[in-house]
Write a protein that binds this ligand. Structure first.
Ligand SMILES: Cc1ncc(COP(=O)(O)O)c(C=O)c1O
Length: 402
């Protein structure tokens, strides 16, 4: 018996049947979750077990071995599947493990198109590891659907985009790409917005993926990843790859991620509010030369943002100071309340210098082509009081540009 069957056994079918009618926050808190049938515990147990006792050979309760399935992880997978409007999900130990599983759908001789602005770990995986297995990659400006159409070959099996992209916030019009993709699978890394602000499958994507390390878990306490698919066939293939390659999430990290998900909607709302105020403050600051935030009218793709994003534009922004690299590096060591750290999407505000940190694996040429200049600073706006954040930014800008 798996958890879904238990739900029905305990007479909670009504709640489960009607969950599809509920709003996003209700789904995030309740979907795929019922009180523990044994004790009534409202909080899901952490099923910290390797294996499951079977009633007879081939007779079990839906679980056999925790690499193939675990009840705690399964709840997270089902919940994310519902929030992202797919048929279901698979959760992984890191976002990179999820990305690896998605690319493992490809075979020798296949070709994939990747946005030319993505998290640095994605091209590192493709160029340094997967290319050794005879898979070919092209990096294309996915903000330009015509450029993507022109890059498609008969061997093109996948188009991988990240929108907004790390770290320049460059957007891809998901619907426009879905209209030119032909037979290729469209995979969208939805880490920066989460389903609270953008639902790629609704816009024509075949697969959505996440580094749940970021906003989904949201508290800087886990590393994790997730894939949600539109079709049962893709989910079956991903689950097969997951079991064969051993790319799984642990029950404890899944449990922390489930807890994080319950407040996703309110957190994203506050991330958006704080980021909008800070983007406007930075745009008006005489020592700031450039601000990139999709909620600003000056953002080059503001019209896509308005069309594609649901309730706001997320908690990430990027900016450059007068004095370029020198000021940027000084700024990174002058912040006090805000942390200099590699992560993003948590309650704590964090700053990164992409050229030397998150995107250091890219060549300088590829970085500059992607707009990741040496002076660019990425700010992940957290949930602190916005006045305190502005106070910290102000003092650090003064120190670094004087
Ligand atoms: C957009 C995006 N996708 C994927 C990843 C990789 O995720 P993880 O660090 O959880 O492996 C990151 C990491 O920063 C990211 O920013």
């Amino acid at each position: 018996m798996n958890l879904t069957e238990q739900t029905v056994d305990k007479g909670t079918t009504k709640k489960k049947d009607s969950i599809s009618e509920t709003g996003f926050a209700t789904k995030a808190i309740h979907a795929a979750q019922v009180p523990d049938p044994t004790t009534g515990a409202i909080s899901l147990p952490i099923y910290q077990t390797t294996t499951y006792v079977q009633q007879a050979v081939g007779v079990n309760k839906g679980f056999t071995y925790s690499r193939s399935g675990n009840p705690t992880v399964q709840v997270l997978e089902e919940n994310l599947g519902i929030l992202e409007k797919g048929v279901g999900g698979a959760c992984f130990g890191t976002g990179m493990a999820a990305i690896s599983a998605a690319f493992a759908l490809l075979s020798q001789g296949d070709h994939a198109i990747i946005s030319n602005v993505v998290y640095g770990g994605t091209p590192r995986l493709c160029n340094m590891i997967l290319s050794r297995y005879g898979i070919k990659f092209s990096y294309v400006d996915s903000g330009d659907a015509e450029a993507v159409r022109n890059a498609i070959r008969k061997e093109t099996k996948m188009i991988f985009v990240e929108t907004p992209a790390n770290p320049t916030l460059k957007l891809t019009d998901i619907k426009a790409i879905s209209e030119v993709k032909g037979e290729a699978k469209l995979v969208v890394d939805n880490t920066f917005l989460t389903p609270a602000l953008q639902v790629p499958i609704d816009l024509g994507a075949d697969i959505t993926l996440h580094s749940t390390t970021k906003f989904i878990e949201g508290h800087n306490t886990t590393v994790g990843g997730a894939i949600i698919t539109k079709t049962k066939k893709d989910l079956d293939d991903i689950k097969y790859i997951q079991n064969a390659m051993g790319l799984i999430q642990s029950p404890f990290n899944a449990w922390l991620t489930i807890r994080g998900l319950k407040t996703l909607e309110v957190r994203m709302k506050k991330h958006c509010e704080n980021a909008q105020i800070i983007a406007e403050y930075l745009e008006g600051h005489p020592k700031v030369t450039k601000v990139l935030y999709p909620g600003l009218d000056s953002f080059p793709q503001a019209s896509i943002a308005r069309r594609q994003h649901l309730r706001g534009h997320g908690g990430l922004l990027a900016f450059e100071l007068k004095g370029g690299v020198k000021s940027g590096l000084k700024f990174a060591s002058s912040i006090s309340l805000i942390s200099l750290a590699e992560n993003l999407g948590a309650v704590e505000s964090m700053v990164t210098h992409p050229a030397t940190m998150t995107h250091a694996a890219m060549s300088k040429k590829a970085r500059l082509e992607a707009g990741i200049t040496d002076g660019l600073i990425r700010l992940s706006v957290g949930l602190e009081d916005v006045d305190d954040l502005i106070f910290d930014l102000d003092q650090a800008i003064k120190k670094s540009t004087s």
